[in-house]
Design a protein around this ligand. Structure first.
Ligand SMILES: Nc1nc2c(ncn2[C@@H]2O[C@H](COP(=O)(O)OP(=O)(O)OP(=O)(O)O)[C@@H](O)[C@H]2O)c(=O)[nH]1
Ligand SMILES: [Mg+2]
Length: 329
């Protein structure tokens, strides 16, 4: 029986050919398995994909395909999200990480001053968020393994130097980098985005060094990219702009914080549970106590749009800052 392979499957095969890292190969093979027509004629092919997948998955790894000792595998720790910076040499990445966290970054007036990733933690209200300073990329050079850090991030923060005459080139080079690695969808608006859904990462762009520019410079750049990318204006030397950047990062991470409460006791307002937007009471229960979650009966909620202590079902969709009391059978 002929295999009748679909264009989606062929695209996945192409992604596998381009894949350089284990994580990328696994993603591409998973996509092939998802998109291969399921009938007798493809039985052998399906078995072959599964065999290759299981071999790759059993390669000694830490999380998500990163090998032990890989400097671009950056553990996330207990944070609400990991934001990995991307940009050309001297664009201002280290200065942003240095201004927002206690990380020991190298800021210098010459290109390629950062050679290894440097993580640091900042806070948006009571949510810790990890920022990772990165070596620069250029049109022709990316450090081996660097793509993995972006693939595993929760958000990519593209940084361009608004004061530079080549700022649009900077954006284009970064966009090419991301497109070539399917970290953002292809430019072709006809492309079936569902194929790339699990490979692409959310991106926010910061046009920095605004303190060195004239009024209106950001608006001109923003106008060019208005429909393509989500861009904000910042400066490592301006506290208000930095605060705004933190708010934007929080928004793009699409997370919410939930405070848990034990019946009869005041809520624990210390460390919130962090969940993705759209999570339900059951998702919270799974996070609080995986084994007990199936015994969850209902919850009581305190929040902006509820009566205090209102009973809510397991599939109730949580809102940022809800206080939730879980009731088990
Ligand atoms: N005035 C001003 N100078 C900045 C700002 N951000 C960075 N700089 C300067 O720009 C130069 C480069 O900054 P870095 O933060 O080291 O740039 P980088 O992107 O980390 O550079 P690489 O590590 O080479 O990729 C330094 O001299 C900084 O002091 C800013 O917002 N305002
Ligand atoms: Mg740097």
């Amino acid at each position: 029986m002929p295999a009748n392979l679909t264009p989606e499957y062929k695209k996945a095969e192409e992604l596998l050919r381009q894949a350089k890292t284990i994580a990328e190969k696994i993603s591409a093979l998973e996509l092939m398995l998802q998109t291969i027509p399921k009938h007798k004629g493809t039985d052998h092919m399906q078995a072959d994909i599964k065999r290759r997948l299981s071999k790759l998955r059993s390669t000694p790894q830490t999380r998500a395909g990163a090998r032990q000792g890989d400097i671009f595998y950056i553990p996330k720790g207990p944070v609400g999200g990991q934001v990995v910076l991307l940009g050309m040499p001297n664009s201002g990445k280290s200065s942003i990480v240095g201004a927002l966290t206690n990380a020991n970054v190298q800021v210098a007036d010459f290109p390629f001053s950062t050679t290894v990733p440097v993580p640091g933690v900042m806070k948006y209200e009571d949510i810790p968020i990890q920022l990772v300073d990165m070596p620069p990329i250029t049109r022709d050079h990316v450090a081996p393994g660097q793509t993995n850090a972006y693939r595993q991030s929760d958000l990519i923060l593209g940084v361009v130097d608004l004061s530079a005459t080549d700022v649009t080139d900077q954006v284009e080079i970064c966009l090419d980098f991301l497109r070539q690695r399917t970290l953002i969808p292809p430019e072709d608006t006809q492309a079936d985005e569902t194929i790339y859904r699990h490979m692409v990462r959310p991106c926010l762009w910061a046009a920095t060094k605004a303190d060195l520019t004239n009024e209106g410079d950001f608006e001109v750049l923003h106008e060019i990219y208005r429909d393509k990318i989500n861009m904000t204006c910042t400066s490592a030397k301006n506290q208000d702009r930095l605060k705004d950047l933190i708010r934007r990062i929080f928004r793009e991470l699409r997370i919410l914080r939930i405070y848990s409460k034990i019946p009869g006791k005041p809520p624990d307002m210390g460390e919130p549970f962090i969940l993705p937007i759209g999570a339900t009471v059951l998702d919270l229960a799974l996070k609080v106590h995986r084994e007990l979650a199936e015994k969850l009966r209902f919850a009581r909620a305190w929040g902006q749009d509820k009566y205090p202590g209102q009973q809510v079902p397991r599939d109730y969709i949580l809102r940022d800052k809800d206080i939730i009391e879980l009731h088990f059978a």
